[in-house]
Structures are given as C-alpha cells and as structure tokens.
Write a protein that binds this ligand. Structure first.
Ligand SMILES: *Cc1c(COP(=O)(O)O)cnc(C)c1O
Length: 372
C-alpha cells in the first residue's frame, strides 16, 4: 500500500533508549518497568499502573482479579475488538452483548438495564475509537445494581470524561500499545486502578502467581506470564514523553479529514467533539450514508486498496463471528440493530501521526471519486 492504514512513529531517540537497555543486565522486571508504570500513573492521575504484555492480557487479568468466573455474566458491546469478549470467556464467564448508540458508537446506557440479570457481575465499557462512553449514566447504573466497571480504554489513552482520564473512572482500566495505537511499545498494555490491593493482585497474576515478597518458586495461586520486557518499557517511556504532541497531531489529522469531507452528503463523519468529553483520536472511521449497503462498502474498500490506499472495515460485530455464533447464549440476537447496521457502513481511512496533507488530499479525492 502506498498509503498505509496506520504506522508507528519511532524516533532515533526511541531506538537509542531500547539499545541502552540491551547493554544492561536487566531485560525484564527492572527499572524501566517501574519508570513506565509511573509515567502511565502520573499521566492518567491513577494511583497505580501495572504494565502487562498486551491489552488483551490486561483485560483478562481484570476479569480474573475481580473474581469473575463460570456462571457470571459481563455486559459488553459487540461493536468492538474481539479481545474484549474473549477476555471474559477465558474465565468461562458469559459475555452479554449490548447495542451501541449511533453517535458515539459506544454501549448505549439506555439498553444496559434490560440486559442485567441476577448473574450480571460487571460492565466492560469500551471507549470506542478513543471517544469516551457516557460514563455518568453507566456508573450510576453500575452503582444501583452493584456491578463492577472495567474500562477497555485500549483505544483511548488520554481521552477524558468530565476532565477525568478514560480508564480511571471504573474499578480498573486497560490501555494497549500495539503498533497501531496512539503510542506503542511493540506489544504491551497497562492496567490502571485506584484499588492498591487490586494492583498488588494484578502484579502477582502477571508473574506466575508469585507474591513480590516470595521466593521465585513460591507461588500462591495460578498465574500467568504476562510480563512486559524492559525493551518494551523503555520504548513506552520514550513514547509517553511525547503523548501530548501525538494526541494534538492526531486531532489535527481528524480535523483535516473533516474539513475536506464534510460537504459530501454520501458520508457520515465522526463528531469532532462531544459534550463532557475529550476525544483521543485512535482511528478515523466514517460511515457511508444509508443509500449504500455492505456490498457497496466492500467494493469501495477494495477499489481504494487497488489504488494503493489501505482502508479498514471495523468493527465486524463480535456476535457474528463464527466462534461466537456457536455460543447458544449469543445465537439469534435480533436486538443489536445499531451494531449490525453501522458495521455494514463503516470505513476507516489511513490515520497516523506522520500522514501528510497531500496524502490526506489524495485519500479524500480518491474516496469521493469512487463513492460518486
Ligand atoms: C487494541 C485493543 C485491545 C487489546 O489489544 P492487544 O493487541 O491485545 O494489545 C483490546 N480492546 C480493544 C477495543 C482494542 O482496540
């Protein structure tokens, strides 16, 4: 692809920081881990942060550490990355899918209560594409029903709701640092929480169940190897130093797309701002108008690709994926109307820090020509 869908921004100073680690004897569980965790905690305002090997492992540890297991239900949107629901299933709990709002593409607070049963334990709130969910209503519902809140903030580092950073409003919040995210550690993730006991438990679970005071082989419970290496952490420390610049640049790219495409009646663009929120731009996902169907969208996606411009079609609803269709509790859902209708019309445009104005021009001109 001449214009990729996403691209990490790696500076010479990032490379040097990773190389410096390699000249030390500390390649795991060393000083860079502590430094990275402190930078995430201080940036988000969370009392503690626990770095892990991926966003997915972070979500899994939250489910595990909150004691959610077989027979329990967790509410989650279907219009998201499959990792959110998989993390629930790793502990043999049941994901219960809730439809989304058409404007924010996040879980619809008005549809949450109807999905609550006596087995519901938690809501996994996803801040889709970096736009925070309607947290005040969601927290109110959770409080009224005694439910835990796990924030999947994997797409939303730096986003805010009522001036508070995404990830810090619930019981625990998870960030991810795969190369297509706002900042990257190659692979990696981090969990933030204000519950210091929970944080200690997460540190035990990410390291084979070993208590920090224990001998290496003295494990008190079944844990995992979800550690993040010192090389990854060193990259994360460097990337976090630039987070404000990165988020400002991504917002500028979103505005550039918006100003070029907003006159086109065939396109429904993402909102540039929403009340009470600061958006952290993860991707730029527009929708084709309702005159189009999924077949049109797929042909537009294909035609863009054939001209060297990579586009995305996310998300494909989780409840329609083969591995979830086989789940009796998921089959035959007919109420996820927004999820299914929106998923057929989405198109993600190339979106990364270093995209140029002339590349944005080319993407917009090509898209508008094909759509016409
Ligand atoms: C990226 C992402 C994750 C985690 O991804 P990893 O590849 O495991 O780091 C989880 N949920 C959502 C919504 C994501 O976008």
């Amino acid at each position: 692809m001449r214009i990729p869908l996403s691209a990490p921004e790696i500076h010479e100073s990032d490379i040097e920081a990773v190389c410096r680690v390699l000249r030390t004897p500390h390649l795991s569980l060393g000083p860079k881990l502590e430094e990275f965790e402190m930078s995430i905690a201080s940036y988000t305002g969370a009392p503690d942060a626990v770095a892990v090997s991926s966003g997915t492992s972070g979500l899994h540890l939250c489910i595990r550490a909150l004691g959610i297991g077989a027979g329990d239900e967790v509410l989650v949107p279907s219009f998201t990355f499959i990792a959110a629901a998989n993390a629930i299933r790793y502990e043999r709990a049941q994901p219960v899918f809730v439809d989304i709002e058409a404007n924010s593409l996040n879980i619809d607070p008005e549809k949450i209560e109807a999905a609550i049963t006596s087995r519901t334990r938690a809501i996994m709130v996803v801040h889709t594409f970096g736009c925070p969910a309607e947290m005040s209503s969601i927290l109110e519902i959770a409080h009224a029903h005694g439910l835990r809140i796990i924030e999947d903030a994997c797409e939303a580092i730096g986003a805010e709701y009522d001036g508070q950073k995404a990830g810090t409003l619930g019981d625990a919040g998870v960030f991810a640092f795969y190369p297509n995210k706002q900042i990257t550690t190659g692979e990696g993730g981090a969990i933030v929480t204000r519950d210091l006991k929970l944080a200690a438990r997460l540190r035990t679970l990410r390291n084979q169940g070993r208590n920090s005071s224990n001998d290496w082989f003295d494990c008190s419970e079944l844990g995992y190897n979800y550690r993040l290496s010192e090389m990854n952490c060193a990259l994360g420390v460097e990337q976090m130093k630039r987070i404000d610049t990165v988020l400002a640049r991504r917002e500028a790219v979103a505005r550039s797309y918006h100003s070029r495409l907003s006159v086109n009646p065939n396109l429904v663009l993402p909102e540039l701002s929403m009340p009470r929120r600061r958006i952290s731009w993860f991707v730029y996902v527009l929708r084709l108008s309702s005159r189009f169907d999924r077949g049109h969208r797929d042909r537009i996606w294909q035609e863009m690709r054939s001209r060297g411009i990579a586009c995305g079609r996310y998300f494909a609803p989780i409840h329609l994926q083969p591995i979830y269709r086989a789940d009796a509790a998921v089959a035959g859902r007919e109420d996820l109307c927004n999820t299914e209708a929106i998923a057929d019309h989405v198109l993600a445009l190339p979106f990364f820090n270093q995209i140029t104005e002339s590349q944005i021009d080319e993407v917009c001109a090509t898209l508008q020509e094909i759509v016409a």
